[in-house]
Ligand binder design. Structure first.
Ligand SMILES: [Zn+2]
Length: 68
């Protein structure tokens, strides 16, 4: 697996917990799969989990927005 950021071949399939911050509040999105690059430190979320991560971020942000 090569890194899409730096082109290194040292990106490895990894599962980790992502921290997400919005206006000073943080949440953790657990068990996100992707590729972590040993060289540049970048973590690229897998296609499988991209949707779930963006949904969880969206829900978290909505929790802090005023409702109509
Ligand atoms: Zn890289």
């Amino acid at each position: 697996m090569s890194c899409q950021v730096c082109g290194s071949r040292n990106a490895k399939p990894t599962i980790l917990d992502l921290t997400y911050e919005f206006e000073g509040n943080t949440t953790t999105i657990q068990g996100v799969s992707g590729d972590a690059c040993d060289d540049c430190g970048e973590f690229l979320i897998s296609r499988t989990d991209t949707r779930r991560v963006s949904d969880e971020r969206f829900r978290f942000r909505n929790g802090y927005l005023p409702t109509d």
